[in-house]
Write a protein that binds this ligand. Structure first.
Ligand SMILES: Nc1ncnc2c1ncn2[C@@H]1O[C@H](COP(=O)(O)OP(=O)(O)OP(=O)(O)O)[C@@H](O)[C@H]1O
Length: 770
């Protein structure tokens, strides 16, 4: 006889089967929608294409979401005190009007993450349904009776422990089944204003930030369409680690970018040393860059020489410098940026040249017209006042003589960082962004004038028309031409009499409508065949999304999420603030892990840098990554005043070893790490360069300490903590970050004495603590 549990599993299986059946139906519908879209495209009209694109896009998004969510689709069940029951899953699934599955982000699913015995919210039982593929394998029930109030440490303990024990892949997985109460409160906090989410290592801040993005997209879908949430992470290693979580959550309308990727066309992964980062990250770089961009470009000609009215006119280097200063002063008066200042530069140069002209009989205006039109003057002007790119200007900093506004020592350090560099550093990206803003855009080239409309123009050759043209004449029947097309887009054939202008116009109006335009009236006009031609007075586009050849206008972000925000320098804040000007924000971070030399002293300070005011702060207290024994060890280097995290994860092994041969000890520690686990060797950036993973263990990563933030591994081997501390002013925090990456095992290897706080670590410097 099957026991109660098996019966319950079988009952859940029946529901899960129904949901998957329905999912198959939804998939078939989405495929049919895509097919219909392609069929419409066969009409090859503009509106057909637009419609096709929209349909195919919608169908593809639906299919993607259905496929991404197919695994573990149903994961929860809530039983209420009024007898109502429903299932919670990764997607909302209906069968007709009956809701089979509630999307985890829907308000109705909230009790799944919030109900406790003390505050049951009407729930009598909360069940986690554990599936493997489409098969229900286990159930985990919380009975929320008031007599168990205070009994519950976490929600869905069995499922949570199972999730924490699950083996780790190279990518972060979502936590929709096991989101905890305080995390849920942060995920579902209102979108408006600025939400600060803070907590120690492993408390799920990154998870919360990503689930929050998915939640906001779900609850405010009409507002957030077309990629209008920006999520910023500290490094490309980090963004690729978390990159799979969002699609798995069913969302692809999010721009996920590392700090080093925020400027289009640049992907920076290298961080500068702390003393360089301190200079590049400071606000005063704005002045340094402003001074820099008005300087004479290195390749600019040093002399202007031309002949006018038989006289040789010359401007030498000193004259040209003076002229450049005058251009800058003029531009400062009306806020013209350098890239829009070439006209001002021409005027100033002509003024300077005119002072060289000898001859009271000569006319100033004629002189300016003559010289200003000459090719040689234009060539000089383009070389002397080129359009500048941020990359070009920033590279000038390799010359310390160009650094204005910094103490000599800093100027030398800054210039040194640009000599022999391999590509841009992450710390350069805010400077490139600032320069893009400061340099401005060159004035747009004047558009070619529209060809003048010629009524009843007679011509025999083909010509592209600028509006729809209904043409009748040389051939039988009527032909309709569309803007930009040299051949007719529709031919009425002999079906409409050559004299039936009204009928032909009605036919044309129908075709034009299909092309997404509305005709307001007809008049005579250019006829491609040289006979009778009629053009619409106005054929205005219908309000449809026409495919646009022009560069897309960048939509402002409506919400910006910043992870590891404790580390943002003032210049990085300016870069993010530019993208968040009209956006609400979620700021996520841990002051205990702040390593940037210019990290803000507090959240209010950081928000001031971003030009925002805090609206709400939510704190996460429980850590799910680092087992207690490792968390306690790491907390020894935690800055005073920062509260350590309460760890929920059981187990963990700590080994601290003093060794003579560091490289050999690293190899040995790697060898001992289980094969099916993820392993990282963390060392100072300089040492990491010299350590290579053993050839037979490609799964072992050697990670410079500066890049390990936000990542996690089953086993972490931290090499020479004293060096990590000594490498930078906030080296202690860097070490804290390195020590809090391990999910199961931490091995600390050292040849030098350990930093004082870590000495006498439980089992001694040679000990192993479990
Ligand atoms: N509710 C949860 N259920 C299951 N796993 C969880 C939960 N919350 C967090 N985790 C896991 O704990 C680990 C740490 O999460 P996450 O990286 O989001 O923490 P964090 O606060 O951003 O850490 P850090 O500050 O060190 O970067 C991850 O493996 C995550 O999947």
């Amino acid at each position: 006889m099957p026991d109660v549990r098996e019966e319950e599993i079988a009952a859940e299986q029946r529901v899960v089967d129904r949901v998957y059946e329905r999912l198959d139906g939804m998939r078939a519908q989405a495929k049919a929608l895509a097919g219909e879209g392609h069929r419409r495209a066969a009409t090859s009209s503009v509106s057909g294409l637009v419609e096709r694109d929209a349909m195919v896009h919608r169908a593809a998004a639906q299919l993607r979401a259905l496929d991404a969510e197919a695994e573990g689709l149903v994961f929860g069940r809530l039983d209420f005190d009024d007898g109502e029951t429903y299932r919670v899953g990764r997607l909302g699934v209906r069968d007709g009007v009956e809701p089979l599955l509630i999307d985890w982000r829907a308000p109705a699913a909230e009790p799944f993450y919030r109900a406790t015995p003390g505050e049951p919210l009407g729930v009598v039982r909360r069940r986690v349904i554990i599936c493997r593929g489409q098969r229900v394998v286990d159930l985990d029930d919380d009975v929320l009776s008031p007599d168990r109030a205070g009994d519950l440490r976490v929600l869905g303990e069995g499922a949570l422990l199972a999730a924490l024990r699950r083996s780790r892949g190279p990518h972060m997985r979502d936590i929709v089944t096991t989101i905890q109460r305080e995390q849920d409160a942060a995920i579902r906090a209102p979108a408006r204003g600025v939400t600060v989410i803070t907590g120690g290592p492993g408390t799920g801040k990154t998870q919360v930030a990503l689930h929050r993005a998915a939640y906001l997209l779900y609850t405010d879908r009409s507002r957030f369409t077309g990629g209008r949430i920006l999520v910023v992470g500290p490094s490309t290693v980090f963004t690729s680690y978390i990159g799979r979580v969002l699609p798995a959550l069913g969302e692809d309308s999010v721009h996920l970018r590392a700090l080093g990727e925020l400027v289009d066309g640049v992907t920076a992964t290298r961080r500068d040393r702390a003393e360089v980062a301190r200079i590049k990250g400071a606000d005063r770089m704005c002045e340094v860059l402003t001074e820099l961009m008005w300087q004479t470009p290195p390749a600019a000609p040093a002399r202007l020489r031309l002949v006018y009215a038989g006289q040789v006119l010359t401007l030498d280097a000193a004259d040209l410098s003076a002229a450049r200063r005058r251009v800058r002063a003029r531009c400062a008066a009306d806020g013209t940026p350098p890239n829009a200042a070439r006209t001002a530069a021409a005027t100033v140069l002509l003024d300077a040249l005119w002072t060289r002209v000898d001859g009271p009989h000569l006319d100033r205006r004629l002189f300016a017209e003559d010289v200003g039109d000459r090719g040689e003057f234009h060539r000089f002007l383009r070389a002397w006042w080129p359009v500048l790119t941020p990359e070009r200007v920033l590279s000038w900093l390799a010359d310390p003589g160009r650094v204005v506004g910094l103490p000599a020592g800093d100027a030398g350090t800054l210039a040194g960082s640009y000599r022999g560099r391999a590509g841009w550093s992450v710390d350069d990206v805010p400077l490139l962004d600032e320069l893009a803003e400061l340099l401005g855009d060159p004035p747009a080239a004047p558009r070619a004038p529209e060809p003048e409309w010629q009524l009843r123009e007679l011509t025999t050759g083909t010509r592209r028309v600028t509006t729809f043209v209904l043409s009748c004449g040389l051939r039988d029947g009527w032909e309709l031409y569309a803007p930009g097309h040299p051949t007719p887009i529709a031919v009425a054939g002999p079906g409409i009499d050559n004299d039936a202008i009204g009928a032909a116009q009605r036919w044309a109006e129908a075709v034009i409508l299909r092309e997404g335009h509305r005709v307001v009236g007809w008049t005579d006009g250019y006829d491609p065949h040289g006979e009778e031609g009629y053009v619409p007075v106005l054929a205005e586009p219908l309000p449809v999304d026409e495919p646009d050849d022009e560069a897309p206008v960048e939509e402002p972000y409506l919400h910006v999420v910043v992870d590891e925000a404790q580390d943002l320098s003032p210049m990085e804040c300016r870069m993010i603030a530019r993208r968040a000007e009209y956006a609400s924000m979620t700021i996520v971070g841990d002051p205990g892990q702040a390593t940037h030399p210019l990290a803000a002293a507090s959240w209010p300070d950081l928000l001031t840098r971003l030009g925002k005011r805090e609206t709400r702060t939510l704190e996460l207290h429980t850590g799910y990554r680092v087992p207690g024994v490792l968390a306690d060890y790491a907390a020894r280097v935690l800055a005073p005043g920062v509260a350590p995290t309460r760890s929920y994860r059981p187990g963990g092994t700590l080994a601290v070893r003093r060794v003579d041969d560091l490289a050999g000890a690293v190899r040995e520690a790697v060898r001992q790490a289980p094969r099916d686990s993820t392993v990282a060797v963390v060392a100072t950036d300089d040492t990491a360069d010299a350590l290579t993973p053993p050839v037979d263990r490609p799964d072992v990563a050697v990670v410079p300490a500066s890049l390990v933030k936000g990542l996690e591994y089953d086993h972490v081997i931290v090499v020479e903590p004293a060096d990590i501390v000594a490498a930078e002013p906030r080296g202690r925090n860097r070490l804290y970050v390195a020590l809090t990456r391990a999910v199961a095992g931490l091995t600390v290897l050292h040849r030098q004495p350990l930093p004082a706080e870590l000495r006498d670590a439980g089992g001694g410097t040679d000990g192993r603590t479990a």
